[in-house]
Design a protein around this ligand. Structure first.
Ligand SMILES: [Ca+2]
Ligand SMILES: [Ca+2]
Length: 911
């Protein structure tokens, strides 16, 4: 009888009566994939991405055409799944955030019904998984791919006869995608129409496919063992937490971000091989599982059980799906809300269209290598440029008819034919925002879209060039024609200073706008031990204010090309990479980390070229390539030109550091110039200066020959410190590199910008304004209309109008220097410990207040006549000013009262 009844029911309506009559409590297996776009599977129509195991499952169950996640990034999506609540309700809004602790989570609902609820792999967001209250939670860390075999092993060996709800979460096809692509042919792949088709895109697409293959294979293994071990009455559900990490996918509310595969099989209960149009959300999965387990559908949540759809009792569920995205708080700060209707319409509201849409894709290009190829193609291809700009800049609202325009390319927001539909969708979203108490919060610090009026800035910071080496600064040995040309079209400043007579601290001052001693960088950074012994930090603290970072947030493209020397040299391989300081793109030498070009020294003497990297090649964090020392500046220029082209393609103003390691030793000029020297240090130095001038000329010509760039670009040229003794010249100034005397810290400054400077000031020399690199930094905030960094007190003063030749102001506060701790001078002559310039006066003294010297620089620029005795009051005032300044800063090993910090296990290795 029973058997007959069973057959009858099967023939009629699929066991509905039996299920509702008594709790079935079937075993349940939920297989979650990670970052898999629904479209990228043969089950959902992909012509070139076979997913045979998804297909197998689909053949045995119900495939949902209209399944959506609540939010397109891992943590909020999974939190919505495991609470049945929208992100604004459960508190997990940006990526990496958690639902509120007091909320009831999915395991608790099922445990109450007698279930053992177990999780293997990425089910919650990695280490958050155990917080959801699973009976067992294992192997949930980042790409802990062993989770799948471990889950299978565990299930095979399970002895309990409690009903089981097993979650298995693979990390595939989440990045990093596998390098091994097997027999996938990138040439044969279909590139989606909203992507940019480049060879690199195809290679990455092949890698993504290889990752999908892994996921699909794991799905098949778990499905098979579930059926073997748990029998036919197993409820098996497969879905993905959101779309893939491609532009317009993950972190987006386009269908590629929010629409998701959902396939459910339950032999004997769900018809085989059916497809459902019913619209369901990830928040509906929790109540569905509870109902399948025989429980009453929870009422206090946003989700609603779609068991009636599974049972074939209805083919509708929701009319509209609401989705939300709040960014990842870091690379993506871009809140969006959207409604997607069953009849195929999508309304998107970008809460802050003034923000630039950035993400891991744009910000971590080495891990998403195709993005650069998109931007590169956008330089010449309008189609590529359109897609790149569409990704980066979004309108306030978007409206798409997804059924006709599946890739959401035609925004119909302005189309009068849809006014009524739009009104309704806006209202629905407003109501939903109100209902969920959505605060529309911005998580993290956004990047803004800059006005196209903003000027570009190129900061050329030459290394170890003397005060009087450029022929436009009275140099007589070589003609620096390219720099001279800029000088003749711009303004020369003869009272410009750097804030240290040596590389690293001078660079820190220009970079941060603060005295470098604040950051404990008062000499060149070298080996870890050597840094520690001199009382130096190991690298510039990334918390320091950085002009480039502020410009980046204001919408600038930022690039650093050339020597860095603020961390990441010799044996200090764990220093932050240059991009941590706010640079979008960088190429450096052996004095920094990230992409770099390392020099080969060739003396053209028949010997093979020698590598010169001081250990950099061993530090990793590349890519690294080698180049002849004589053309390293040209390599920096080449990359800078690409950066400029790309900034134009992305529609951004740019800030560019071009910091050659010319004309620092060792001196290896090109062969043709070397041959015209006598081989002496000085002659080789000038040959390098000549070559550098020509190589920089390529960059200058690019700007000058482009009308738009010419009129809206500012180029500044200075040297980071005085000349190395025996190489360049500082005549008539006293001292050289490492000395606090004028020859160590006074530098040429040239400001060029035909569209920006006062035309009357062109080809003039400003001999009166006293200013420093600190003031350049501060003035560039004004010149670019950029807000000052929050909470930072800058030491520079705003002399923007002076730099543009519209005024001749001088810095108000005195300028101070402290000598590098390891540069006390020579046997014959002591390098003064401390110095101040105030007006025309410069005063020197030692830490113990001895050795006071005072010079009147207007009368005595060569600092030959110490007039301290004649000006006791002035001396007393300036001495006190130095003492006050110096005592406000951390000491270093040059100060006799400095004591090394005790080395502890925690801090010894680091700062
Ligand atoms: Ca994910
Ligand atoms: Ca230098």
């Amino acid at each position: 009888m029973r058997l007959l009844g069973f057959t009858c029911l099967l023939m009629s309506q699929f066991l509905t009566a039996a299920v509702s009559a008594e709790p079935a409590r079937p075993d349940m297996v939920i297989f979650l994939s990670d970052d898999h776009t629904w479209r990228d599977s043969s089950v959902y129509g992909s012509p070139d991405i076979p997913t045979p195991n998804m297909k197998r499952l689909a053949d045995q169950g119900m495939t949902f055409e209209n399944a959506f996640v609540a939010s397109p990034s891992c943590a909020p999506s999974r939190a919505a799944l495991l609470t049945g609540l929208y992100p604004a309700h459960n508190g997990a809004e940006p990526n990496h955030s958690r639902p509120r602790a007091e909320l009831k989570k999915l395991p608790a609902y099922l445990q109450e019904l007698g279930y053992e609820v177990v999780s293997f792999g990425k089910v919650g967001h990695y280490k958050q998984t155990p917080e959801y209250g699973f009976d067992i939670a294992r192997h949930f860390r980042y790409h802990e791919d062993i989770a799948i075999p471990k889950a299978i092993e565990w299930l095979k060996e399970r002895k309990s006869d409690r009903p089981l709800c097993l979650f298995v979460g693979t990390n595939w096809p989440h990045v990093p995608w596998p390098e091994e692509i097997g027999d996938i042919d990138p040439e044969q792949l279909q590139v989606p129409p909203n992507h940019v088709d480049t060879p690199v895109t195809r290679r990455w697409r092949a890698k993504y496919m290889a990752a999908i293959k892994k996921m699909d294979s794991e799905l098949g293994q778990v499905y098979d063992v579930a059926r073997q071990k748990l029998g036919d009455d197993v409820f098996f559900l497969h879905t993905s937490d959101h779309g893939a990490q491609w532009p317009f996918g993950k972190w987006n509310l386009y269908d590629e971000g929010i629409r998701t595969p959902l396939i459910v099989s339950w032999p004997g209960r769900i018809k085989q091989g059916v497809r459902s149009e019913a619209m369901v959300s990830w928040i509906d999965i929790l109540p569905t599982l509870v109902e399948v387990a025989g429980g009453a559908t929870p009422e206090q949540i946003d989700g609603r059980s779609f068991l009636p759809v599974l049972k074939g009792n209805t083919d509708t569920h929701r009319e509209v799906i609401f989705t939300t995205h709040s960014g990842d708080g870091d690379n993506n700060v871009y809140p969006i809300r959207a409604a997607r209707t069953l009849d195929g319409w999508k309304y998107i509201r970008n809460l802050h269209p003034e923000f630039r849409f950035t993400s891991h894709v744009t910000n971590v290009p080495d891990k998403n290598g195709y993005w650069n190829s998109w931007v590169q193609k956008a330089i010449s291809s309008p189609q590529a440029r359109l897609q790149v700009r569409r990704y980066l800049e979004r309108p306030r609202e978007e409206l798409y008819q997804v059924t006709r325009d599946p890739f959401e390319q035609q925004n119909l927001i302005e189309d009068p034919a849809h006014v009524e539909r739009l009104r309704k969708l806006r209202q629905q979203v407003d109501d939903w925002l109100a209902e969920t108490g959505d605060q529309k919060a911005v998580f993290g610090r956004p990047q803004r879209i800059a006005s196209s009026e903003k000027p570009n800035v190129i900061m050329v910071f030459i290394d170890d060039m003397g005060w009087s080496d450029l022929s436009c600064f009275k140099g007589t040995t070589v003609k620096t024609e390219k720099i001279d040309q800029l000088a003749s079209e711009g303004i020369r400043f003869t009272n410009f200073y750097v804030n240290s007579p040596i590389c690293s601290p001078s660079r820190v001052a220009l970079t941060t706008g603060q005295y470098p001693q604040r950051w404990r960088i008062n000499s060149y950074l070298a080996q870890r031990k050597k840094n520690r012994e001199r009382g130096l930090a190991q690298w510039l603290n990334p918390k320091a204010p950085v002009l480039a970072r502020e410009l980046k947030h204001a919408g600038y493209a930022t690039g650093h090309f050339g020597k860095w020397h603020m961390g990441g040299q010799r044996d200090v391989g764990e220093a932050p990479l240059i991009n941590r300081y706010g640079f979008d793109r960088s190429l450096t030498n052996f004095e920094g980390l990230g992409p770099r070009v390392l020099p080969l020294k060739d003396a053209y003497d028949g010997q093979p070229p020698k590598k010169h990297d001081l250990g950099s090649a061993n530090l990793g964090h590349g890519p690294i390539y080698w180049e002849d020392r004589s053309v390293v500046t040209a390599a920096f220029v080449k990359d800078a030109l690409t950066f400029i082209d790309q900034a134009e393609a992305t529609g951004q103003p740019f800030y560019l550091n071009l910091w050659p390691d010319d004309v620092h030793s060792p001196f290896f000029p090109p062969e043709v110039l070397r041959n015209s020297t006598d081989g002496s240090k000085r002659a080789l130095y000038y040959a390098v200066l000549d070559a550098m001038d020509q190589q920089l000329g390529t960059l200058f010509d690019r700007i000058r020959n482009d009308e738009k760039l010419k009129n809206n670009t500012l180029i500044l040229i200075a040297s980071d410190n005085g000349p190395e003794t025996g190489a360049g010249l500082a005549t008539p100034l006293r001292g050289a590199k490492t000395w606090l005397y004028e020859g160590g810290v006074r530098s040429p400054l040239i400001v060029w910008g035909p569209g920006l400077l006062n035309p009357q000031a062109v080809n003039t020399t400003n001999n009166t304004s006293v200013l420093s690199a600190l003031d350049l930094n501060r003035s560039l905030y004004t010149l670019t209309g950029t807000e000052l960094p929050q909470g930072a007190e800058l030491d520079g003063e705003d002399l923007a109008t002076t730099l543009l030749g519209k005024a001749k102001q001088t810095r108000q506060a005195p300028l101070f220097w402290r000598r590098p701790p390891d540069r006390p001078g020579t046997k014959e002559e002591h390098n003064p410990d401390l110095a101040v310039r105030d007006g025309k006066w410069k005063l020197y003294m030692n830490y113990d207040q001895s050795g006071v010297q005072l010079y009147d620089l207007e009368q005595d620029v060569s600092e030959q006549n110490n007039c301290a005795v004649q000006h006791p009051k002035l001396v007393a005032r300036l001495k006190q000013a130095i003492i006050n300044w110096n005592s406000s800063l951390p000491k270093d090993a040059g100060d006799p009262t400095w004591r090394p910090k005790k080395k502890t296990a925690k801090t010894g290795a680091k700062q």
